[in-house]
Design a protein around this ligand. Structure first.
Ligand code: NAD
Length: 350
């Protein structure tokens, strides 16, 4: 049986990827390696935990000996690497944690893969999942392509950029077979409520202020997480070796317009008068180094692999909001304890 390692599979995107692979590839044993940090939650993949082709491994990618050990034991043929510290605001407070997990952790996986595959690369693949934030910021015009030079501005994006460079360097220097993707902002079920869309859904439910950074003009491209998982599946199986693909939703929104749209849908869902939730909008002090605009040109993956988003933004938001409203227990469980401390600390300074 083929053996594939997926890292970070208890997190937001990883859980969708693990679910898709376990359900679609019964002839492949899927090993989900996750340290279960504040962002990792086994509840996210409860529905597949008893499937015969699924194994959970609790462990930390910063522990080189441990990573070597599991590669020795299981001899993975493929790796999909998603484990990361992923929140920009947290990276501003503790950059080193991002270097440890995102850079050193990625290096440990590369080293173990290189060692165990020892030049016999037929049928092997190291897939590194990354972000469009490595490209820095755009002005009002233009799109990020695969040729856009890296220009990261936050400790998070700098750590992801460094890890991308190491993946390519291992490809060039040691011939390690890799593929790499840079994707725009994801949203959907199981999204941890420190990120904009789930944070605001949760705050609207609880009648709490909606903290909008700066003037609210920051612009992001949004992609439904299941469409990202489809793209990841495609790139892993059909992507060209030693190549990079941008993934995006062709779906740009200024933060303030997105927040108003969310408020309006939530008013309807909660049976509140139109305009009720908008009153919760509160402008807060800007994030330092905040990138003005991200927008992805996903033409290459469309032309070469035939991928395009299948879920419209309206449908995706509707599904996401319904999921959060129907999974209040999940939301309550992840927003107690440590989360409360983080939240109070984050927004009390604004
Ligand atoms: P997430 O924060 O929801 O999940 C990260 C997972 O990694 C968690 O389950 C956590 O427990 C695990 N993890 C963290 N440190 C670890 C360590 N040292 N060892 C083992 N496991 C560890 O992140 P996400 O939003 O699902 O993002 C997944 C990947 O996709 C990341 O690499 C991120 O950079 C990338 N990405 C995210 C987005 C987005 O919009 N969320 C967009 C593009 C790319």
């Amino acid at each position: 049986m083929k053996k594939i390692l997926i890292t970070g599979g208890a997190g937001f995107i990883g859980s969708h990827v693990v679910r898709r692979f376990v359900n679609n590839y019964a002839d492949t044993q899927i090993y989900n390696l996750d340290a279960l940090t504040y962002a990792g939650n086994l509840e996210n993949i409860k529905d597949i935990e008893n499937k015969p082709n699924y194994t959970f491994i609790k462990g930390d990618i910063t522990d080189a000996a441990f990573i070597d050990g599991i590669f020795e034991e299981y001899k993975f043929e493929g790796v999909l690497h998603l484990a990361a510290e992923s929140h920009v605001d947290r990276s501003i407070k503790d950059p080193l944690a991002f270097v440890k997990t995102n850079v050193i952790g990625t290096m440990n996986l590369l080293n173990s893969a290189k060692k165990i595959w020892s030049g016999k690369y037929e049928g092997k693949r190291f897939y590194h999942i990354s972000t469009d934030e490595v490209y820095g910021t755009l002005g009002a015009e233009g799109l990020f392509t695969e040729e856009t030079p890296y220009d990261p501005n936050s400790p998070y994006s700098a750590s992801k950029a460094a890890s991308d460079h190491f993946v390519r360097a291992y490809g060039e220097t040691y011939g390690l077979p890799y593929v790499l993707t840079n994707c725009s902002n994801n949203y959907g079920p199981y999204h941890f409520p420190e990120k904009l869309i789930p944070l605001f859904i949760n705050n609207i439910i609880n009648n709490k202020p909606l903290p909008v950074y700066g003037d609210g003009k920051y612009t992001r491209d949004w992609l439904f997480v299941e469409d990202h998982a489809v793209a990841i599946d495609l790139v892993f199986h059909k992507g060209k070796n030693h190549d990079t693909y941008n993934i995006g939703g062709f779906n740009e929104w200024q933060n303030i317009d997105l927040v108003k749209l969310l408020c309006s849908i939530m008013d309807k869902k909660l049976g509140r008068a139109e305009g009720t939730s908008e009153q919760l909008i509160t402008y807060v002090k800007d994030r330092p180094g905040h990138d003005l605009r991200y927008a992805i040109d996903a033409t290459k993956i469309n032309k070469e692999l035939g991928w395009k988003p299948s879920v419209t933004f309206e449908e995706g938001l509707e599904r996401t909001i319904d999921w959060f409203l129907n999974n209040q227990e999940w939301l309550d469980n992840v927003t107690t304890g440590e989360y409360q401390k983080y939240y109070n600390n984050q927004y009390s300074e604004s």
